[in-house]
Design a protein around this ligand. Structure first.
Ligand code: IMP
Ligand code: MG
Length: 180
């Protein structure tokens, strides 16, 4: 693919992303050995990460998806407003659930999803994220598995978009939306 306008540098190459996902998948396979795990992806950002992660996990997993609408977010004004636009297909009662995120930034989205899903009586619930930008955290959330910690810069690729573009980049890149 051609280099996106405004792209400044590659943070993690496709090879680095794949290698790290395998390491985290090994941790998950170990932790949930002999249990039934359900991966819950948040559309659309976590689709690419979830599929790569699921294929690297060595135990059988179920998958389900939900979609959210957020108002505000990185450089879009005040964050915090989240609602479910498409709910899960199946209940999660008594299941071991792993919420799979593209990025945990301010924490508002993750906290909302965690509270909502916890209210459905899963056996357990944990969080796995491709990227963690903890320097921007406003509300604290427990991140159980993370692939990469990132600096306070806007990023695209591996599911993360700018105006719905660049999700399909295999690498994670810093971009300056003002130069795009
Ligand atoms: P939150 O601030 O933790 O609630 O993150 C909200 C959402 O903002 C994430 O799930 C992403 O979809 C989006 N987001 C946050 N930072 C970035 C970024 O650097 N690039 C693209 N999307 C982002
Ligand atoms: Mg987005």
């Amino acid at each position: 693919m051609t280099t996106p306008p405004g792209m400044e540098k590659v943070l993690f190459t496709e090879e680095q992303v794949a290698a790290r996902i395998h390491q985290v998948a090994d941790q998950i396979s170990e932790k949930y050995r002999d249990r039934d795990l359900k991966l819950i992806g948040v559309l659309k950002g976590s689709v690419f990460f979830l599929t790569a992660l699921a294929r690297a996990i060595k135990i059988p997993v179920k998958i389900d998806f939900l979609a959210i609408s957020t108002f505000g977010g990185h450089s879009e004004g005040p964050p915090g407003m989240v609602r479910i636009a498409k709910d899960l297909d199946e209940p999660i009662q008594d299941e071991d659930v792993l919420l799979v995120e593209d990025i945990v930034d301010t924490g508002f989205t993750t906290r909302y999803l965690l509270q909502t899903l916890a209210g459905r009586s899963p056996h357990s619930i944990a969080i796995c994220t491709l990227l963690d930008r903890s320097v921007r955290r406003i509300v604290q959330v427990p991140v159980d598995f993370r692939c990469f910690e990132i600096p306070d810069r806007f990023v695209v690729g591996c599911g993360l978009d700018y105006k719905q573009l660049y999700r399909n980049l295999g690498y994670v890149a810093v971009m300056d939306p003002e130069k795009s």
